[in-house]
Write a protein that binds this ligand. Structure first.
Ligand SMILES: C[S@@+](CC[C@H](N)C(=O)[O-])C[C@H]1O[C@@H](n2cnc3c(N)ncnc32)[C@H](O)[C@@H]1O
Length: 253
């Protein structure tokens, strides 16, 4: 098989957060596959065919991309943030695992991107300076009971927690349930950040404590960070406080 397939991370929003390798791969592609708003972020040029699709059809999209690569096309599957974090890289390899044996001879590459939690952390200071974990609150592909179990384990392990997919129109209550669970297990003064649309024109950052935060402000474009017992605010003169999770654990302030 002579075609190739690259799964490309576009970062969380602005073009200056797209890595140069992604730009080069997109410039060489014959076919773009992905969720339409991500496809729209790639500049048009002669010879580039766009195959935009709805958000919920990842596995169909992956199979289509693999089939085109098998026909000799140079295919780029575009993904927001990093393609390996709750995104298209897993969908493509799931399709490879279950699909045509010949797909295993394809040249498949994953081009990394800036993930939402990295972009949010960069805006906030250094909240991910020590051990952290990422949990998606979407229960489309896993039972809610496993989300609760992981939230409990993350609180028990005193990790900083990055919550992806905190809410959608179909599941407005999950973020409230997650906060109720965490409020039972963690100190009320734990710092929390709601990082919305990081890097985009409508970016909004909201800081609070776990006790006082309003989880209802989280939407599909929000990354929620919940601190560990070591995470603290550092007052900034004339501005929003920074967030710090220091590198050393258990030393105190
Ligand atoms: C399906 S996940 C995709 C994650 C993506 N692959 C990444 O690495 O960031 C979508 C979730 O990522 C988060 N997200 C993506 N872009 C964001 C941004 N610019 N600002 C804040 N959160 C973002 C939100 O939690 C959103 O619901």
């Amino acid at each position: 098989m002579t075609g190739s397939l690259a799964i490309v991370g576009l970062g969380p929003g602005p073009d200056h957060w797209v890595v140069p390798e992604a730009t080069a791969v997109l410039a060489a592609a014959t076919d773009l596959v992905g969720y339409q708003p991500y496809i729209d972020r790639v500049p048009a040029r002669a010879g580039l065919i766009r195959h935009g699709s709805d958000n919920r059809v990842e596995i169909d999209r992956a199979r289509h991309a693999l089939a085109m690569a098998a026909e000799g096309r140079i295919v780029a599957v575009v993904s927001g943030g990093d393609p390996g974090v709750f995104a298209m890289a897993a969908a493509v390899f799931e399709a490879v695992e279950a699909g045509d044996h010949g797909w295993r001879s394809l040249d498949i590459s994953v081009i990394p991107g800036v993930s939402a939690m990295q972009a949010a952390a960069a805006r906030l200071g250094a909240p991910l300076g020590h051990d952290f974990c990422a949990i998606s609150l979407s229960d489309n592909l896993k039972p809610w009971a496993i989300v609760e179990r992981r939230l409990r384990a993350a609180a028990e392990g005193d990790f900083v927690i990055a919550l992806y997919n905190p809410a959608s129109k179909a599941r407005p209550d999950r973020i409230h349930q997650a906060f109720a669970l965490l409020r039972d297990l963690k100190a009320g003064d734990t710092p929390v950040a709601f990082a919305r649309a990081v890097g985009r024109p409508d970016e909004a950052m909201t800081l609070a404590t776990l006790a006082e935060a309003d989880p209802g402000i989280a939407d599909m474009s929000t990354l929620v960070l919940i601190g560990s017992s070591e995470t603290r605010f550092i007052a900034k003169i004339g501005g929003r406080p920074w967030l710090l999770t220091p590198r050393t654990y258990g030393v105190g302030r």
